[in-house]
Design a protein. Structure first.
Ligand SMILES: C[S@@+](CC[C@H](N)C(=O)[O-])C[C@H]1O[C@@H](n2cnc3c(N)ncnc32)[C@H](O)[C@@H]1O
Length: 399
């Protein structure tokens, strides 16, 4: 445990001060220690690093008040976190009852300041409150909870019912979500070690994210462009719902993400996806008027998925969000021409900010002078669904 404790402190420093991606830091340290760490060590490392990242500001403010002497700043932060959890730590003997009382008292006095209580930067609290009013308090509180692990049955290989039986037989605890392809893991376990995963029978995908592709109303045999495909979460869902019939053109500006998409597609048995990196505007122009359906799963602040990516709180800035809003508008304006007259497009984000969502769609519809009309839009709020925050709008191109 001592080694793990030191490693968590180092890893936390990388996430907070070197602004490294939390998932990449986790993978790096697990692979570095794969010969010596037990499964229990790995679980402790991942949980404590995620939670100290999530609660960084709150722990930092407590540290400032009580100033314990465990070592470096991040060692102090980890120790303060551990003093309130059942993990225990090597310096256990140094966490006196007096210190625990001091931590609790400080916590009580800090709890009245929302940005500290919810462990977010002040600028984010101000922005959330300006955009969402009284709803913000509820949403940010839910965004600090632990995310459920949700799987999507890959209909190219199985059905939700069959997957439920297979995973249960393999010893996993899962529950089906009615009228959907989704299953929730009800007891924490590494489901990626299952045979079902190796055989491509499911993908991990939050339930909110699973609502986007059905919202596009795709049909077998259509031509679909997934314009911001990334590593393919939604392209794979498209292939599954289209039963591999028709064509999916997966675009992204980052070729390495599309390479990962191809690898995932092979495992999932998705054979109708063609990847194309966007190198110049010609890639888009060549596809003008070609798509029956267009998905724009736009780059966004990611504020709807803070549960999963708590490091976003410390890496994102208000300026980044301004830049993203600009990119979202450019993408809408330039990519919409890939749609055939009469076709549907969906604009989606994993944000709950109106300025990245309905306001962007309104801007687009107004700008296009009646050529495109809004059919339906939905915001999925974490406080209402228990899942990630998402927005989606279905827009029709006129003839
Ligand atoms: C929200 S992520 C996509 C997630 C993906 N659709 C999925 O379901 O796994 C947004 C993606 O947009 C890509 N992107 C950023 N700017 C872009 C642009 N101008 N054109 C196309 N893709 C872009 C990013 O590289 C990123 O992969």
């Amino acid at each position: 445990m001592k080694d793990v404790f030191i490693t968590i402190s180092l890893a936390l420093e990388e996430v907070i001060f070197q602004k490294r991606n939390l998932d990449q830091v986790i993978s790096f340290w697990i692979s570095k220690n794969k010969k010596t760490w037990t499964n229990k060590n790995i679980l402790q490392f991942v949980t404590i690093l995620q939670e100290t990242t999530r609660w960084w500001r709150l722990l930092y403010e407590i540290n400032k008040e009580i100033n314990p002497k465990f070592g470096t700043l991040t060692q102090n932060i980890v120790a303060i976190y551990l003093a309130r959890t059942p993990f225990g730590l090597p310096q256990e003997n140094r966490i006196t009852t007096k210190l625990k009382k001091e931590i609790n008292k400080t916590l009580e006095s800090l709890y009245c300041i929302r940005a500290i209580r919810e462990s977010i930067p002040d600028w984010l609290d101000k922005l959330g409150s300006e955009e969402l009013g009284s709803r913000w308090a509820k949403e940010i509180s839910y965004l600090n909870s632990n995310p459920p692990i949700v799987l999507r049955a890959n209909r190219l290989k199985t059905t939700p019912h069959e997957l439920y039986k297979i995973l249960t037989n393999e010893g996993y605890k899962v529950k089906k979500i009615a009228n959907s392809d989704a299953l929730i893991l009800t007891k924490s376990a590494n489901v990626f070690k299952s045979n079902a995963f190796k055989l491509g029978m499911f993908e991990q995908q939050d339930f909110s994210s699973q609502q986007v592709v059905p919202f596009l109303k795709v049909e077998e045999g259509q031509w679909v462009v997934d314009a911001c495909a990334g590593n393919g979460g939604k392209s794979l869902h498209l292939a599954s719902l289209m039963n591999n019939k028709g064509k999916i053109i997966a675009l992204d500006i980052k070729d390495w993400k599309l390479k990962e998409l191809k690898r995932r597609a092979r495992r999932a048995g998705a054979s109708n996806i063609e990847t194309k990196p966007i190198e110049t505007s010609k890639t888009i122009k060549r596809l003008h008027n070609k798509a029956d359906r267009l998905l724009i799963d736009a780059p966004c602040s990611g504020l709807g998925v803070l549960k999963r990516n708590p490091d976003t709180k410390w890496h994102l800035t208000a300026e980044n969000i301004d830049e993203l809003r600009l990119v979202q508008r450019q993408i809408l304006e330039k990519y919409c021409h890939m749609l055939k007259p009469g076709g549907f497009m969906v604009y989606s984000t994993c944000s709950i900010l109106p300025s990245e969502n309905e306001q962007q769609v309104k801007w687009f519809i107004d700008k296009m002078n009646g050529q495109y009309t809004l059919e339906e839009e939905q915001t999925l709020y974490p406080s209402e669904t228990g899942f990630d925050g998402f927005y989606m709008a279905r827009i029709k191109r006129g003839y």
